[in-house]
Ligand binder design. Structure first.
Ligand code: ARG
Length: 401
């Protein structure tokens, strides 16, 4: 029987050429797998037809946008995950859901190998292949760009020579990856890290310099998940989309960073994640009133480690799963409303309320009638400083010798 390979297919030039390229290099039949993670653009049907037109024997297309929002974006939100303090893991969280569908398709169509269009320099090859190794340990991986010398020039020549139903003239100088959680743009002019991004780079956000009137929004959460916007019930996917639209119109969520790739390269990336950044900001502020201090401090460390694991392609790892259990436990009381103003590139919280709040007005107030006994503070401070005081006594003693 002819060997079969499932290919992660985007519908773009490189993966369209990869179908025939892999076929010629390996003699295998190629099955194209296209997954909708809310990236917008062409319909799955258009992509399916193109895959078949480019020589795929079958096309597997899946609308995974709700699955992606529920099972990938929501855990990222609960973790307040920002890799290196900036990046809400847009591409990093979409790879594992694509991997799930690749493995499913491989089983359905009896494939032995999984192919993807990544280069050998980025994180995404790692995320795909580590994911495949974990969910389908018997499956092999191949990357035509990296392993079968499929360069951009050769791709264009191949597409023209074979008359593939794909545009080869439209030259986009950037490498772009996008889904409902955000958008990532790199390469070209941006590789000079002193160059400011030009206007044409952005798509999810309007220029924050010229904002429309301020937009006040109330986001309601239940156990860490957004459930309503301005009182209207929403699914996680709807919440992200609605905030992409409203925060995007105000230029919220533009990020320009040089980040540390897993492969050891520092790289410049422009992100736009209006919905994700508005949601993370709101969620963090709700945690500030509903999570106990020590749990909150520890959770920040856990969230950082979680972000690194996910960035590094360890979505399906045991440690990531254990951290998920911790994070999930912290979300029990993260319910309530956050009111925020979206304006001029900023999402600023200005009101919060929760039935499960730990904010105690009577303890906090400086007005008369507070219930906090200030006389307790003296003894507490004495003991709290004791250890450092004893050590400093030792320092003085030793220095005096
Ligand atoms: N640097 C980001 C990451 O590794 C985004 C990579 C996405 N690819 C792109 N073509 N911009 O998660």
């Amino acid at each position: 029987m002819t060997e079969r390979i499932v290919l992660a297919y985007s519908g773009g030039l490189d993966t369209s050429v990869a179908i025939g390229w892999i076929g010629e290099a390996t003699g295998a039949e190629v099955i194209a797998v296209a997954v909708d993670v809310g990236q917008g653009g062409e319909s799955l049907e258009t992509i399916r037809q193109r895959a078949l037109g480019c020589g795929a024997v079958e096309a597997y297309v899946a609308d995974a946008s709700d699955e992606f929002a529920n099972e990938y974006c929501m855990p990222t939100l609960k973790a307040n995950a920002l890799y290196q303090g900036h990046y809400p893991l847009v591409s990093a969280i979409s790879r594992p859901v694509i991997v799930k569908h690749l493995v499913k398709a491989a089983r359905e169509f009896g494939a032995t190998t999984v192919a993807h269009g990544c280069t050998g320099k980025g994180n995404d090859q790692v995320r795909f292949e580590v994911g495949i190794q974990t969910l389908g340990p018997d499956l092999k991986c191949i990357a035509p760009v990296r392993d079968l010398a499929l360069t951009r020039d050769k791709a264009i020549a191949f597409a023209e020579e074979k008359g593939l139903p794909i545009e080869t003239t439209k030259k986009n100088p950037y490498s772009i990856d996008q889904n409902v959680w955000g958008r990532a743009v790199e390469t070209g002019y941006l590789e000079d890290i002193w160059n400011a991004p030009t206007k044409d780079i952005y798509d999810y956000t309007a220029a924050p310099e010229f904002p429309p009137a301020p937009d006040e929004v109330t986001i309601s959460f239940e156990a860490g998940v957004p459930v309503a916007i301005d009182g209207v019930k929403v699914t996680p996917l709807q919440a992200i989309k609605e905030l992409n639209r409203r925060a995007g119109a105000q230029g919220v969520g533009r990020i320009d960073v040089v980040e540390d790739r897993l492969v050891g390269i520092k790289s410049r990336e422009i992100y736009e994640a209006p919905g994700a950044m508005a949601l993370i900001t709101a969620h963090k502020h709700l945690e500030d009133i509903t999570i106990e201090r020590e749990q909150a401090r520890f959770k920040a460390t856990v969230g950082q480690r979680w972000s690194e694991l996910v960035y590094d392609g360890q979505w399906f790892s045991p440690l990531k799963r254990s951290l998920d259990a911790f994070i999930e436990d912290t979300q029990r009381y993260v319910s309530g409303d956050i009111r925020m103003t979206l304006h001029g590139g900023q999402a600023i919280v200005n009101g919060r309320r929760s039935e499960t709040s730990l904010y105690d007005f009577d303890l906090a107030t400086y007005d008369t009638g507070d219930t906090f006994d200030q006389s307790m503070a003296r003894g507490f401070i004495e003991l709290w400083g004791m250890s450092a005081k004893v050590a400093s006594g030792r320092d003085i003693r030793v220095a005096g010798k």
